[in-house]
Design a protein around this ligand. Structure first.
Ligand SMILES: [Cu+2]
Length: 105
């Protein structure tokens, strides 16, 4: 095989796992930019704090597994990778009225 062709397949092998998608969700005026989001298992969601106040996202699965993403100052971004299929409730523990649902297919 020609060396340049080998290099092409090497690049392809590295790029393939990156097919998992990424979704960006904003938090502004103490509201998530989407009330619902549907993604695929293995996808990552980036939560941007485009607000003037600190947020603290908590991701809760249907069987009550809770993942606290920690304090998030204005301008900061936190990410969460959703590996298991199911419905997740995303809330801000500082502002409980901020909530959205992520469905992982
Ligand atoms: Cu908040």
């Amino acid at each position: 095989m020609h060396p340049s062709r080998l290099a092409f397949f090497a690049v392809l092998a590295v790029a393939l796992p990156a097919l998992a998608a990424e979704t960006a969700i904003s938090q502004k005026n103490q509201t998530f930019s989407m009330a619902t989001a549907t993604i695929h298992s293995g996808d990552t969601v980036h939560f941007h704090n485009d607000d003037t106040v600190t947020h603290n996202i908590t991701v809760k699965s249907a069987d009550d597994d809770t993942d606290d993403l920690g304090l998030q100052k204005p301008g900061q971004m936190v990410s969460h990778k959703f590996d298991a299929k199911g419905v997740y409730h995303v809330v801000c523990s500082i502002h409980p009225r901020m909530k959205m649902t992520v469905t992982v297919q």
